[in-house]
Design a binder for this molecule. Sequence first.
Ligand code: FES
Length: 114
Amino acid sequence: MAINRTPIHFTAYYEGEKHELQTYTYEYRSLMMLLFDKIYIDDFGECKGMGRCGTCAIKISGLSKAVHSLGRNEEQTLSKMGVHGGDIRLSCQILVDENLENSTVEIIGGESVE
Ligand code: FES
């Protein structure tokens, strides 16, 4: 299967700094891996994508289609963090695909809830 390398652009904010990022579909296993690689973020993604620690939390807006289905453990982890629904998500549960085009991501991170 051919890899679609059409550029995907989005903006990330971390500690008040703006990062214009570019990727392509499935360049990374998840949005968490992408953010971890492209921006140096302290204590981010501690459980390596299991959806348990909550340190990869982001606020995301402007997705081209809604991502309704929460990944495994995501709902439970967010609820331990006191978050219920809305645009706060675990970036390790979000795929890197064209849905990210023109979206805005604010890295919140947080204390591990494991
Ligand atoms: S990396 Fe731990 S919840 Fe996402």
